[in-house]
Write a protein that binds this ligand. Structure first.
Ligand SMILES: NC(=O)c1ccc[n+]([C@@H]2O[C@H](COP(=O)([O-])OP(=O)(O)OC[C@H]3O[C@@H](n4cnc5c(N)ncnc54)[C@H](O)[C@@H]3O)[C@@H](O)[C@H]2O)c1
Length: 346
């Protein structure tokens, strides 16, 4: 028997394939175990490309691995996490954890009680662009963060390279652009600016899929005194697959993240007129020095499991973001009424 970590996959779609490819960088430490997807053709393609073995059921995957990736559509995550935790497996679960806050909380409680290593797919936590921005913000020369303008747009992901339509089904996705996509943005607000004290939000539904909002506009106030706006939209402009533009005004530094979520550029201008910009390999190199551990989230997960160390970002980090998403929906349902968040963990 080898000492390699046996990894299983449940869900062989877009993001499962992404993680499988990222795991190539850990190939010496892992053994490719089972994969299950009710779409047998997908499972077979995944297996052919990765070296995993197609299994006839979820249980067969779970019974044959030490660590499992849960990469199904969102509504299946909770049930599968529970089954994996009951077997003591390490778990990588995609974001959002669940279609609602209460379920996300109970999933985090479940993995904590089971004592299993857990990681969530809030991938921007390791993005060079956001790591560098965090560093630029925390440089005393910048002064305090005053306000942030966060724009996030993509074509509604039920077309193009997404190759599936479940994101228009509230039973599977829970809701729309905010939960399914901008939970990443909420997580970055926490990472860059700290706890949120209160917020207001509005949502719209231009496409008409029930409970699947395609625009969210929110206004946030942080406990630090900083404020922010978030505009998140799912449009039909197929020339814009997924783009974020983040503009941060500190007292003495202006920072912009644009282009690619990972490779930037990140540019800045200080009160003395000096400017800077980093992108691509230069950004990756500079940000890599700020990171304790690998930038590849899947290599980091494998190392955490093998080293019996906590993985990050963990389910509790996701629950914090779910709490803000839930508050935004509550505000939107009350015509943009202010929702106070004091007492939340973040
Ligand atoms: N972290 C990120 O940046 C990121 C990016 C994309 C998707 N996601 C998340 O990943 C999840 C999957 O998204 P996707 O884009 O890969 O979707 P997808 O449609 O490409 O793949 C999902 C797959 O899950 C399968 N599936 C459904 N129920 C299953 C079950 N019980 N057992 C096994 N397989 C099952 C489907 O047949 C499908 O093949 C979603 O929760 C999504 O929000 C995260």
């Amino acid at each position: 028997m080898s000492d390699a970590l046996r990894i299983g996959f449940i869900g062989a779609g877009l993001i499962g394939t992404f993680h499988s490819k990222m795991l190539r960088a850990a190939s010496a430490q892992i053994e490719r175990a089972g994969v299950y997807d009710p779409d047998f053709e997908r499972a077979q393609q995944f297996a052919d490309a990765s070296g995993h073995t197609v299994c006839p059921s979820e249980e067969a995957v779970l019974d044959g691995c030490d660590a499992v990736y849960i990469c199904t559509w969102t509504s299946e995550h909770a049930r599968l996490v529970e089954a994996a935790a009951a077997r003591g497996l390490a778990i990588f679960c995609e974001k959002p954890l669940a279609t609602d806050l209460a379920t996300a909380r109970s999933m985090a409680d479940g993995v904590r009680k089971a004592g299993v290593t857990n990681q969530v797919g809030l991938i921007l936590r390791r993005s060079p662009a956001y790591l560098m921005t965090h560093q630029l913000i925390n440089d005393p020369q910048a002064g305090r963060v005053m306000t942030v303008i966060f724009g996030d747009d993509q074509f509604i992901p039920i077309q193009g390279h997404y190759g599936s339509t479940w994101r228009s089904d509230p039973q599977k996705a829970g809701s729309g652009a905010l939960l399914e996509h901008s939970i990443h943005d909420i997580d970055m607000f926490h990472y860059l600016c700290g706890p949120i004290e209160r917020l207001n939000a509005h949502r719209s539904n231009f496409h008409g899929y029930e409970h699947i909002e395609d625009v969210v506009s929110a206004s946030l106030r942080f406990t630090s005194g900083a404020t922010a706006t978030l505009t998140s939209v799912w449009h039909d402009n197929l020339a814009r697959p997924s783009l974020r533009r983040v503009e941060i005004f500190c007292e003495r530094r202006h920072i912009v993240i644009e282009g690619d979520d990972w490779f930037g550029p990140v540019s800045w201008m200080d009160s003395d007129g000096s400017t800077g910009a980093l992108q691509d390999e230069a950004l990756v190199g500079a940000a890599g020095a700020l990171l304790d551990g690998p930038a590849n989230p899947d290599v980091a997960f494998v190392q955490a499991v093998l080293g019996n160390a906590p993985a990050w970002p963990d389910f509790d980090t996701a629950v914090d973001a779910h709490g803000i998403v839930d508050a935004m929906y509550r505000s939107a349902d009350a015509n943009g009424a202010t929702v106070e968040l004091r007492g939340m963990r973040k």
